[in-house]
Write a protein that binds this ligand. Structure first.
Ligand SMILES: Cc1ncc(COP(=O)(O)O)c(C=O)c1O
Length: 217
């Protein structure tokens, strides 16, 4: 699969979804998900004008960010507290802050590094027991705790809706929650559903497969 071609197609689909929803396309940013993909593919996407990339594993983020320092990296995977130090400062935005202990560690590391770490709160919109994320009703409490910590800036919410069923109600509930809390960023939508997410207000869509092809297990 040609990366530039995949990227061009995804950009067209984003523009079409924005037009359909009556949204300014500048209000939606594409995070190109490079999970398991080699540096050459990241470089190919960069050459085709892509500026924001997402990684799921802390070690991979470290390797790729250190190899390609000019890139805006986002961290989008499950983050163990003991790996927080690999991600703070390397990721412009961490999408997956979902518990106080992690927020405290991110805050501590960011403060020590003399920077402000931007984060999103990951919400378990489908209330799935096996999934990461804070339950919707617990978001206000976690947000208040995060806001009380130094060197962290919470900018919005992120979700991965259940694999089965219609994602739209989940995207809509994330948007309503974000609105009620005054949080502007909404990270939602992947290859299978990013157009629906855009219709429901996504400001960040995380797309891997449609750009880089299927991931090897
Ligand atoms: C949190 C998250 N967002 C987005 C993606 C990209 O998914 P897709 O390849 O379906 O676009 C992944 C892939 O693993 C992911 O883990």
């Amino acid at each position: 699969m040609d990366v530039a071609e995949g990227l061009a197609r995804v950009r067209e689909r984003i523009l079409a979804a924005c037009a359909k929803a009556g949204r300014d396309s500048a209000s939606v940013r594409l995070v190109a998900v490079t999970k398991t993909k080699p540096l050459e593919m990241v470089r190919a996407a960069q050459a085709a004008g892509q500026t924001v990339f997402g990684e799921n594993y802390a070690q991979d983020l470290r390797e790729k960010a250190d190899a390609l320092p000019g890139v805006e990296w986002h961290f989008i995977g499950a983050l163990q507290t003991n790996k927080a130090k690999l991600v703070v400062g390397r990721a412009a935005l961490i999408h997956t802050c979902d518990r106080l202990a992690l927020a405290q560690e991110l805050s501590k590391r960011a403060k020590a590094a003399g920077l402000t770490q931007r984060v999103l709160l990951e919400v378990n919109v489908g209330r799935e027991p096996q999934k990461a994320g804070v339950l919707p009703e617990s978001v206000p409490e976690l947000l208040a705790q995060v806001r009380a910590l130094p060197s962290l800036a919470c900018q919005g919410l992120m979700c991965i809706p259940p694999a089965e069923g219609d994602p739209r109600p989940h995207f809509r509930s994330l948007r309503n929650l974000g609105q009620s809390l005054g949080l502007p960023e909404l990270s939602m939508g992947m290859t299978a559903d990013f157009e629906i997410a855009i219709e429901e207000g996504a400001t960040l869509v995380r797309v891997g497969t449609a750009i880089f092809g299927e991931r090897n297990p």
